[in-house]
Ligand binder design. Structure first.
Ligand SMILES: *Cc1c(COP(=O)(O)O)cnc(C)c1O
Length: 364
């Protein structure tokens, strides 16, 4: 290693491990909450025509006006609210954190939750406070309110519904948190397509709230488009730390096109939601210790004690990749996260899981 690395790269960065993505080649990929479906051929042809006229020699529209109008129309976003786009919502988390970071300031989130909240807090030099969820993976309200009081976080992230637990929180509890918090609260609705909850109306009541969404889980993970909705006084500031051309010409053209045909994506996410509910029922009674109710496009389960890794490996040997969360957060011991795919993929996953469970239960 160059001596310079140790001398110049910040110690807190050297101590991090990079975000790990498993190799899925040859496997049924049910580890990353992707939509398994493609577009109908006719739609693909129409899309290619749009790309044909995209001007790759020019910088993209830095404000992505067409994308924003399409998002407003598609998600019924109030004229009173402003919008900012990110290269995935990950980038938006980063912009918000950069704008608020000062030494000693804190980021608070319930945990286990989305790992990027903590990672990005570290990148920008903020302190991170994690407040454990209850055993049912619901908000521990007394603990949340006390931590907010004690730490006075500049920034609070709440994923609604939550990743990796799949659980949603009652709106009344979000209101309580908003009433108590003085810093900015970000409600992350990455899984909006699979739940009935909608936090956009809360924007009219709380001026220290912004709502973040993404098209990744809806079916456009490869494009990278996240968006933030909130008062222009906040958005204007975050826009200053956003890199000017963060949404490419190809992404802008494709998102504008895709949102015009949003009903196609919606049919797909509706099918995924139905299949999730069916799978949740089938998972009962095959020997799992616990299945959490899910409002997202995945289901979190707990395997019998100390068998998650064995079951994960056995499923992989049968050609199915899910996410093993054991070894991450202590509350996720023995947990596997199963992304909902196409019916055939779900069937293969179910059979692989059932077989792996039978094998470990026989041994026990
Ligand atoms: C997947 C996910 C994101 C990130 O989405 P991108 O737009 O793909 O960056 C953000 N928040 C939560 C809770 C997620 O699960």
């Amino acid at each position: 290693m160059s001596k310079g690395v140790e001398r110049w790269v910040r110690k807190d960065i050297r101590d991090l491990s990079a975000y790990h993505v498993a190799d899925a080649s040859g496997l049924i990929k049910l580890d990353a909450m992707e939509n398994p479906y493609h577009w109908p051929d006719s739609l693909k042809q129409e899309w290619l025509k749009e790309l044909e006229v995209a001007e790759l020699n020019r910088y993209p529209d830095p404000e992505a006006h067409d994308v924003k109008s399409a998002l407003r129309a598609c998600f019924n976003i109030d004229e009173l609210q402003d919008l900012m786009l990110g290269n995935g919502s990950d980038e938006i988390i980063q912009c918000i954190a950069m704008a608020l970071a000062e030494p000693g300031r804190k980021v608070l989130a319930p945990e286990p939750s989305f790992v990027m909240y903590k990672m990005i807090a570290t990148f920008v030099g903020m302190d991170y406070v994690g407040v454990p969820l209850t055993k049912d993976f619901q908000l521990d309200m007394p603990a949340m309110l006390e931590a907010i009081e004690q730490h006075q976080p500049a920034l609070i992230f709440i994923a609604q519904p939550n990743n990796p637990t799949g659980t949603g929180y009652p709106e009344s509890e979000l209101r309580e948190i908003l009433s108590k918090a003085e810093g900015l609260v970000v409600i992350d609705e990455a899984y909006m397509a699979f739940t009935d909850t909608d936090s956009l109306p809360l924007l009219n009541e709380f001026d220290h709230l912004v709502v973040m969404r993404t098209l990744s889980k809806v079916g456009l993970a490869g494009l990278r488009l996240g968006f933030l909705v909130g008062a222009s006084s906040w958005i204007q500031e975050f826009n200053k730390v956003r890199l000017p051309y963060n949404i490419s010409v190809l992404t802008q053209a494709t998102v504008t096109f895709a949102l015009k045909h949003f009903e196609v994506l919606q049919q797909q996410t509706d099918a995924i939601t139905k299949d999730r509910n069916m799978l949740a029922q089938r998972l009962e009674g095959i020997g799992l210790d616990r299945i959490w109710p899910s409002e997202a496009n995945f289901i979190l389960v707990r395997t019998p004690k100390d068998t998650a890794r064995t079951i994960f490996d056995a499923m992989k040997d049968q050609g199915v990749l899910v996410k093993c969360l054991d070894g991450g957060h202590p509350m996720l011991k023995d947990c596997l996260r199963l992304t909902i795919g196409a019916p055939k993929e779900n069937e293969s996953m179910f059979l692989a899981l059932q077989k792996a469970l039978q094998a470990v239960l026989r041994k026990a």
